[in-house]
Design a protein around this ligand. Structure first.
Ligand code: TXA
Ligand code: MG
Length: 351
């Protein structure tokens, strides 16, 4: 089953057609190509080939009950995936595509059922990354792609993350450097009775609300039982090996509790802390503590989050203590969602 994984360096803004056509041939032959999108790296296969799709599930060790997004590079390709006319969703497409918005629509009968975990819907997005667009164009088919990480590991935002998880399990990795946004696309279900955000992400709830005033956001991390519509949305997701604990309460109380924990000489577990720049400065943790800053802004935090979780694992940290940074940003819903999932819902209220 193992293959030799090749890494091709590719210019993120002006992708070399030799590389994209080489990768496209792999897709056409039913193989797997990891490629950058503006959100995270994807693990791609021909979305119209059930066997190729099955290879994605195998390579990621992902349960086949977790549906996969199909990526397109032009609006015309929508007709290959759904019978919903593009004009029905024209304003959304114009406003948000290409970009980090995935639309859940009724699935066209010809689309392999395993793409959608046998649900009658299909998730579609048009990524805003020149390499992704060039690859899809060259392949001439929609490309099925989940994030390019092993199941339940943090998503991959660099080619090195992809290699760490999928070496020998993917034919080609197109390496265009770190991704821009760092968290995945927003998944919007248009087949529900009201437009429903199944996963907050790179497109903000506020921006969507301008076009869909009745849009609702499902907050799934507090209950695995709600995971029915989108089985992949269960709480255990994006988890590092270390246990993640999210602290809630006033900033002062949290910093005080953290200080006490970090200076407790009896504590046996090694602790890592993941905080905003402002919080880290205020805390001034002892030197030996492994720390990663989420930066000054929500944008920076989004680009650093998954890499930070991986760094913590490499450092052998047992417990990661974190707090939702107090950024005021439309990206906060996505950050909170990913941190809560990494924490598997574990929150400690500090007073
Ligand atoms: O930004 C992204 O969306 C990245 C890049 C590679 O495009 N992809 C990504 O894929 O994050 P994945 O498989 O890691 O997450 C896709 C999410 C899952 O939570 C899945 O359950 C949901 O989208 N999803 C896919 N198809 C669906 C469908 N037909 N109905 C409901 N949810 C669906
Ligand atoms: Mg994923």
């Amino acid at each position: 089953m193992l293959t030799k994984t090749r890494i091709l360096q590719i210019d993120p803004l002006a992708p070399d057609a030799v590389h994209t056509s080489q990768a496209a041939q792999i897709i056409q032959a039913g193989g797997l190509v990891a490629f950058p999108t503006e959100t995270v790296y994807g693990l791609g296969a021909n979305a119209l080939d059930a066997d190729a799709i099955h290879r994605i599930f195998e390579a990621k060790q992902r349960p086949t009950t977790d549906p996969i997004i199909a990526h397109i590079s032009n609006v015309e390709a929508l007709t290959q995936l759904t019978d919903t006319p593009a004009s029905d969703i024209g304003t959304l497409i114009e406003a948000f595509w290409p970009g980090p918005l995935t639309l859940v629509l009724p699935r066209r009968e010809k689309v392999p059922a395993n793409l959608s975990a046998h649900m009658p819907t299909v998730a579609v997005r048009m990524p805003a990354h020149p390499v992704a667009a060039a690859l899809i164009d060259a392949a001439g088919v929609p490309i099925a792609a989940p994030s390019a990480n092993l199941f339940s590991r943090p998503s991959a935002t660099t080619a090195q993350h992809v290699l760490a998880d999928l070496d020998g399990r993917v034919d080609i990795i197109l390496d265009a450097g770190p991704t821009l946004i760092g968290v995945e696309s927003t998944v919007l279900d248009l087949t529900a009775s009201v437009p429903t955000i199944l996963r907050p992400g790179g497109t903000s709830v506020e921006a969507l609300r301008e076009y869909l005033p009745d849009v609702v956001l499902l907050q799934k991390w507090h209950s695995e039982k709600q995971a029915g519509q989108s089985p992949g949305m269960m709480t255990k997701h994006y988890s590092p090996q270390a246990q993640v604990i999210m602290l809630k309460g006033s900033r002062e109380a949290i910093l005080k509790a953290l200080h006490a924990r970090l200076t407790d000489s009896n504590a046996e577990q090694s602790v890592g802390i993941l905080l905003s720049d402002a919080d880290l400065t205020a805390l001034a943790p002892p030197k030996h503590v492994f720390k990663v800053s989420l930066g000054l802004s929500a944008q920076t935090a989004a680009t650093r989050l998954f890499a930070a979780l991986r760094q913590m694992d490499e450092a052998g940290v047992d417990v990661i203590l974190t707090r939702l940074p107090a950024y005021s940003s439309p990206l906060n819903a996505a950050l909170q969602d990913r941190l809560m999932r990494a924490a598997e819902g574990q929150v400690i209220e500090v007073r």
